[in-house]
Design a protein around this ligand. Structure first.
Ligand code: ADP
Ligand code: MG
Ligand code: MG
Length: 252
């Protein structure tokens, strides 16, 4: 589904990603971990097409297409979903209206008809129940005045509604209490299918107790320096990152 080859990117002329290689197949969940400032959010942002990040080398193939030939809107319509680390607020636009537009864009790109109001409402009720989100939240301006937990829950609700092919969750666990964490994890686990893939960016092993990844990658100084099975996350929880930093230093 997604093949990242020697991806390099910079912000303000500072090189951040220094040659990322990663292959993600449909049905897989990949966790990306690593110390602060490693470039995890930069990688997520580059994949989503945020414009402050400049791609300086390498390529990304999404479902046989050159990702960098697609605008951020085209990426979203093609089924890439990025749950931001700090979800944006959109005053005057309710979550419902935002989602109606986004969903119909996605359907259009798949050659499907738009949902009518009744169908949309039915879907919304079903998914709201799934992630245990309150109706009143959905009628308010997107993310405006939402608490941290409400924003995260809303992200997962959006994901459940849009059923993306590739979901990228960037530190969706930060600032969540244990109940909210479970809801996030449940939302992701319900999305899991042989057709979908998920990239979970996280600092902590905690979330991975609930979302069990197929692969764990450690990003450090703009490179993936270690990959392994889910047990790697446990090892990192136990031992921290110093041993990996030492390994990297030894090979330089
Ligand atoms: P992580 O998510 O792993 O903590 P980031 O991708 O957020 O790491 O950041 C990697 C590096 O890029 C850091 O040194 C950070 O300061 C820098 N960086 C990221 N985004 C920006 C930005 N918009 N402007 C300037 N520097 C940035
Ligand atoms: Mg960070
Ligand atoms: Mg980050």
């Amino acid at each position: 589904m997604l093949t990242i080859t020697d991806l390099q990117a910079s912000v303000d002329d500072k090189a951040i990603l220094k040659g990322i290689n990663l292959e993600i197949k449909a049905g897989e969940v990949h966790a990306i971990m690593g110390p602060n400032g490693s470039g995890k959010s930069t990688l997520a942002s580059v994949l989503a097409g945020r414009e402050e990040y400049e791609v300086t080398g390498g390529s990304v193939d999404f479902d046989g297409e050159d990702l960098f030939e697609m605008s951020p809107e085209e990426r979203a319509a093609a089924g890439i979903f990025l749950a931001f680390q700090y979800p944006v607020e959109i005053p005057g636009v309710t979550t419902i209206n935002f989602l109606k537009t986004a969903l119909n864009e996605i359907r259009k790109s798949r050659g499907e008809e738009s949902l009518d109001a009744a169908q949309f409402l039915k879907l919304m009720r079903e998914k709201a129940k799934l992630v245990n989100i309150d109706d009143s939240l959905l009628k308010r301006s997107l993310n405006e005045g939402f608490s941290g937990g409400e924003k995260k829950r809303n992200e997962i609700f959006q994901m459940a509604m849009l059923e993306p092919k590739l979901a990228i969750l960037d530190e969706t666990d930060s600032g969540l209490d244990i109940d909210a964490l479970r809801i996030v994890a449940e939302g992701v686990n319900k999305l899991r299918s042989p057709e979908n893939a998920v990239i979970v960016v996280t600092h902590y092993q905690r979330l991975l107790d609930y979302i069990v990844p197929d692969f764990v990658h450690v990003l450090y100084k703009g490179r993936i320096v270690k990959s392994g099975p889910k047990e790697l996350a446990l090892e990192l929880e136990e031992k921290g990152y110093d041993w990996i930093k030492a390994e990297v230093a030894a090979t330089m």
